[in-house]
Design a protein around this ligand. Sequence first.
Ligand SMILES: Cc1ncc(C[n+]2csc(CCOP(=O)(O)OP(=O)(O)O)c2C)c(N)n1
Ligand SMILES: [Mg+2]
Length: 790
Amino acid sequence: MLRALPGGRAQEQEEAAADKLALLMALEKKALWLSTWMIHQANHLRPSRDGLKVGGHQASSASVATLMTALYLDVMRPQDRVAVKPHAAPLFHALQYLLGNQSRDKLERFRALGGAQAYPSRSKDGDIVDFSTGSVGLGVGVTLFAALAQDYLRLKRLVPSDTPPGRMIALAGDAELDEGNIFEALLEGWKHDVRNLWWVIDYNRQSLDAVVSDRLFGRIDALFAMFGWRVVTLKYGRLLQTAFARPDGEQLREWIDACPNSLYSALVYKGGEGWREHLRRDLNRYPGIRAILDEHDDESLGRLMTNLAGHDMGSVLDAFHAVTDDQPTCFIAYTIKGYGLPFAGHKDNHAGLMNPQQMASFQQSMGVPAGAEWERFAGLDLPPEELEAFLAEVPLAAKSARRHRPPPLAVPAEIAAPRGRNLSTQEAFGRILGSLATAENALAGRVVTTSPDVTVSTNLGAWVNRRGIFDRAERADTFREEKVVSAQRWGMSPQGQHIELGIAESNLFLLLAALGLAGPMFGARLLPIGTLYDPFIKRGLDALNYALYQDARFIVVATPSGITLAPEGGAHQSVLEPLIGIAQPGLASFEPAYADELAVLLRWALEEIQREEGESVYFRLSTRPIEQPERTIDAALGEAIVGGAYWLREPAPGAELAIAYCGAVAPEALAACEALREDVPGLGLLALTSPDRLHAEWRAALTRGEPSRAERLLSALRPGAALVTVCDSHPATLSWLGSAAPVSLMPLGVDHFGQSGDIPDLYRVYGIDSDAIIDAAARALLRTAGSVRH
Ligand SMILES: Cc1ncc(C[n+]2csc(CCOP(=O)(O)OP(=O)(O)O)c2C)c(N)n1
Ligand SMILES: [Mg+2]
């Protein structure tokens, strides 16, 4: 509200506000037009070579036209960051085009190769996109973890804390709230007391298939309030509010309030006539309502009855600008899916496209002359210079970089391998991090660890004891204060470098996404390391994929893994995760067997996640202590470990047989190798540290027409030699080696659910113990000798 000021100031301000409103409404109209046109021309005017419809979401874009125009062209500041609901991509691109950040060429190639992406993409659309979206719910959730990451950096003064923080904003579809990850995130956010978070819910009461349940949203505001959020409901626009203030207007309000979502949507679609029929039937006894009906023709009655606040620019601006503190805020904005378009409100409009006739009349109503479809201001009532001048002054147009490029942090040339005769890779990991925690270097200061309630059981204890747990407030470790003996010291403070999460793997990966984007997003690099049990990668897999899709960089340490976890049983034993490691883009995966390999690989990973073209890194580790080799790792061996494979026992030239193993089954492979040496002298033992890297290099080498690393290694054997592969995971992890080199391959591994038992029993039952390896070698040799007839 404008306060009365002396002289003409109040009037001047009112005029300026009215001017701004008119400009924003004109630009909203243009953004709606451009988004609709962009989709239309991609579907109807661009030649199709494959007979597929291109698609695009005209209705979903129209639904948020007012909200997004208000945010992008007025409310947002350069430091704010946004996740736009996936199917509003066309509107997002249109607004960026108006701001001069998106080219016409890209809009014309909407959903074509190299053009504007179907869903906003950080890596494909470039700097204009803050968070990729696509898998509903995840874009909303990640903003909460970005707010946490921002606090982490500011409280540690890793970024300037004297400038205002950015607001992390999600523009969410209402059906996104059906995704469980939203609620997992809300709970975690409450625990961490997150701030500077806005979720703007486009409450059009429609999803893809259907109209959203009426009863649901009655609960939603209470739910947000319960988690400490401010809830701002934007329900009725100014036209409706004025009508409600008239005699009997209250009856109209009550009628709309009680109107079921499905009926409201259907009447939106039917238009003025439909509204009139229903209002007459239900409210005709009220003279005030009859007066309203008499005063409005069908068109203006339709306009009145659909005047929801989410489409009322003035109401939207007031609501956004009224929030000036850092309390998380949820705006529930009532909107209409397809607002302003012929299929507004129709329940089937999600993927609906306007046909050429509808488009022609829409074009006419928008006043866009033929040939001027891409003109930024064609058909608007305001002078282009004024619109241009307004856009130049929009806060977001300020040319401060949205993406930072902080330099990489130096990684020491060597990380010492933990010593010990018998070690598991999990213990080695804990000890490496434990000694990193004592290092007084910049690198250690940027490492941030996180885990969904498995910090201790994944061996992060030593690190956490030394570096502490992150919390906005200083909190003592009560057990310690009460002198209760415990190996864990869990003091909390803003200096802490471990973020403890509840058990929700989706949250883990969304937090890793946010921490892993800290460099480009906030200007200070973090080196995030997340730990979890290997089988639960699948629980958070979509969030992991989501994090990687936007090129967030982090290290995932998954431990324990496989049936080697023996007594824990099949529910906790992972089988297929190494195949995820091979197939997942953006992720380099390793399964080392020995502590010294892990030391080499962790050092490499800390560099890799900082490299411009690098990837995130996944380590699959084990709790099985195994005897360690006595050796020093020279540069060549180090390179081979990173490359994915080396000969642990070099084969004699032209050898008949080799065994290739990966991970914790190393002792079985070694034992089999020793046992076979007498009968097959010169056999080799190939250690695989990364089936993923080896596979990727094989494919790349094939394309280059050069021998791959795998082929070069195996060329030590005679062509057609026998190769037994063994791993504590699905045999397909390694069986592809049979195509990379001319060998006759026998793949061993686990291809059905595990069960409780000890390692000797389980390895025997699942066929990965040394006897199984020896047996497979014998069969392979027989087969290569041609004595087995198929
Ligand atoms: C995880 C996931 N499941 C399914 C989809 C397919 N999908 C795309 S949009 C949508 C409905 C979205 O409804 P809402 O969030 O209300 O958006 P709006 O009404 O604004 O289009 C669905 C099911 C998806 N993108 N992601
Ligand atoms: Mg919806």
